[in-house]
Design a protein around this ligand. Sequence first.
Ligand code: NAP
Length: 434
Amino acid sequence: MSASFAVVGSGPSGMYAADALLKEVPGSRVDVFDRVPTPFGLIRFGVAPDHFKTKNTARQFARTFELDEVRYLGNVEIGRDLSIDELKDNYDAVILAIGSYHDRSLGIPGEDLPGVYGACAFVGWYNGHPDYRDLAPLLTGGGVAVIGIGNVALDVCRVLAKTPEEMQGSDIAAHALDTIQAAPLDNLYMFGRRGPVEAGFTPKELSEVRDLERCAVIVDDAQLPATVEGDFEGREKGVKEKNLTLLRELASQEKPEKPIKMHIGFYASPVEILGETRVEGLRMEHTQVVDGRAKGTGQTFDVPCAAVVTAIGYQALAPEGVPMDGTIIANNAGHVEDNLYVVGWSKRGPSGTIPTNGPDSRGVVDILLGNLAAGAKPGGDIIDTLLAKRGARVVDFEGYKKIAAAEIARAPEGHPLEKFTRIDEMLALLDGAS
Ligand code: NAP
């Protein structure tokens, strides 16, 4: 049986799903859509620029696009250029792999002040996402406070703390590198509302801030418990123990005079962002962990800072007509409704690493195949006609390869590439206009 499939989103979960469909239904056709011209989603825009080797996963996914049965339709936004119903009507099954590409809010006073950024925007800015090209974060006038103690918070602090030499080999966007290096950063704060044992970061990422050139890490030994207590077992317990060992090492490390201090603080929750016309500080409340949850003590303290970055997790935003369940797309083991499915962060929330998406997407494809009637829908041809009628400017994989080659050709010394950060620039390049 052959069939036609649409995958919306070309990040890891979408690409694992496309691979599984091709493997399980030989002869089927898969159209992969992305709303920006360049594919691979989180790999290009989420993984930290100095974790450039992790971005090599994209090579594996690029091979999928070389297959005749697969098409890449970049620069096509579902909800703008095509509706979900049009996809459902024209493909045998549709898989949403749209990630959790929106910041959650803290819901505290001062959150709308200039100088407050969600990690999605901030990470997108230094990774050259067109949506955040003009974010121009306010990094002058004091330190930066990051809320959250997951790996994203560590990524943000590390990218801010590294010297240009330490960022060699990364694909950080030039506009961000320039702004960060021009900023008189002195203090970086990373606050967790719970304790070191509950922290979301992992040992490898924590160890990466241990020996930075211009940044010393400050941890208060008094906040570190003697052992890992609680409901943790096996691998998870091992991770917690390694985190604790590393934190102890950081707490006892001799602190050479370095221009930047990165304070990792626990048991503190934000209650207000302070400032008149822009961020001037952050009011934090001391907490205690009761039954695994952070509980405010009523005692507050203020931290002066010029910017606040919230790294508190992301949420999905569904295209019109697709039901949400809190911060994810409503689904039952990946099935949304009719012939519509969801994989990845938009299915289960923002957790796990890139490979976590492999089994997750394959599991959903198994369910999809169990429900699939004999392939009968036309797939791409009608969709192409609709897109042409609407004047959509589709970027195919050959187009993307031209963009990628130009990005490598214009790389500054010591960097593998320099991304195009504006969609107009990419389209002009394809038109041969620049
Ligand atoms: P995360 O690990 O869930 O961290 C979110 C942090 O935000 C937690 O410390 C959480 O505290 C805190 N938080 C949530 N709501 C809050 C609130 N209202 N006030 C104060 N703090 C709040 O998520 P993440 O850092 O965004 O990472 C997402 C996923 O990507 C994770 O699975 C992560 O490991 C992965 N990732 C991996 C890498 C890597 O492998 N190098 C890099 C980046 C991201 P509580 O725990 O108390 O809720």
